[in-house]
Design a protein around this ligand. Sequence first.
Ligand SMILES: [Ca+2]
Ligand SMILES: [Ca+2]
Ligand SMILES: [Ca+2]
Ligand SMILES: [Ca+2]
Ligand SMILES: [Zn+2]
Length: 373
Amino acid sequence: MMSAPGCIPDNPPVTVPPVTASPQASKIQSFTASASSGKAPLSIALSWSVSGTGPLTCELDTDGNGSVDITITDCPSAGSRPTTLVSVGTHAPVIRVSGPGGVATRTTTITTSAAGDDRFDIDIVPLEGAGAYQSEIDAAVARWEAVIHNGLNDSVLKLPADYCWSKGRPAEDLSVDDLAIEIKIAPDDGPGGRLGSAGFCYATGGMPRYGAINLDVDDVARLRASGRLVDALTHEIGHVLGIGTAWNFGGRTLLVGAGTGDPRFSGPVAVAAWATLGGSAAVPVESEGGEGTADAHWRESTFDDELMTGWLSGPVRPLSIVTVASLADLGYSVDLNGADPFSTAPSMRAFGLNGERHEEVAHVELFNPQNRP
Ligand SMILES: [Ca+2]
Ligand SMILES: [Ca+2]
Ligand SMILES: [Ca+2]
Ligand SMILES: [Ca+2]
Ligand SMILES: [Zn+2]
């Protein structure tokens, strides 16, 4: 409608303001690290809580060097991602959240110190039958030693007689650099079924220092012939390190929902690692397989061929970022970059399925470990 200059129309049009509400400002309620200090390499979870009109995009500069390392579109209001701080010094990771309501940034600070020369070393105590499998044992040990970087304080363990599985051995004071493991190849439940069992018997400060592995003498030749013996041993060493055995030991409460149909591992670094695989909430833990399998492995129906599932399945068994991160939650100095490539994508999982996935179980041995200062 037009009106002549200088004229006031009788009935001016009613102007209705647009109903578009102004977007809620992008805000960061919190941005925290799961540890504020530690020895390098230090693996941590960076966790955030953000709000604002979406969709929000979160950008993480995990090492604080000015360049973005992780971009998360449709950023959830609460989430986390893992990172490993490799260098020594002060680190200042940054989160930047952006959306229709603008941009917000926040930083957090983590200090890493030098670890010294002590690498994490696993010493093997070979018992009956183990000598014939030295090369496979060495390969399994090397796999973990490549992932766990820093050693523990040297300790003298006061082992009682007949300790762990060393029947007939007298009491002794044993100097342990980091971790010692007895391995024996002895009868268990016959061919198939249980392949092996493992756990730790002695800890200092909640960290396993002495443990034991038994591989079933009726399965070991077949495992070697099919190229799976190193993975079976690697799996069992994982239990001695505390996977599935120390989750709720030494003051930890990392396993939640034990004994239910939905147990989960709640360690923050593993939960953040699980998010990088597309997971949400805590890490699914096995609920099937009975005592020794349930509540002590990653869930087979989710993680399939991953090394620390309760069934030794698939053509290859990756040591995933979730497993490495879970060691950080236990207190080990690990580099997440040492994990094998792994995906829970259906196409990958279908490739890994095979007929024997539910035939072979690797149990944890539920020792009643001592925990000394
Ligand atoms: Ca960066
Ligand atoms: Ca050492
Ligand atoms: Ca068996
Ligand atoms: Ca499996
Ligand atoms: Zn196992």
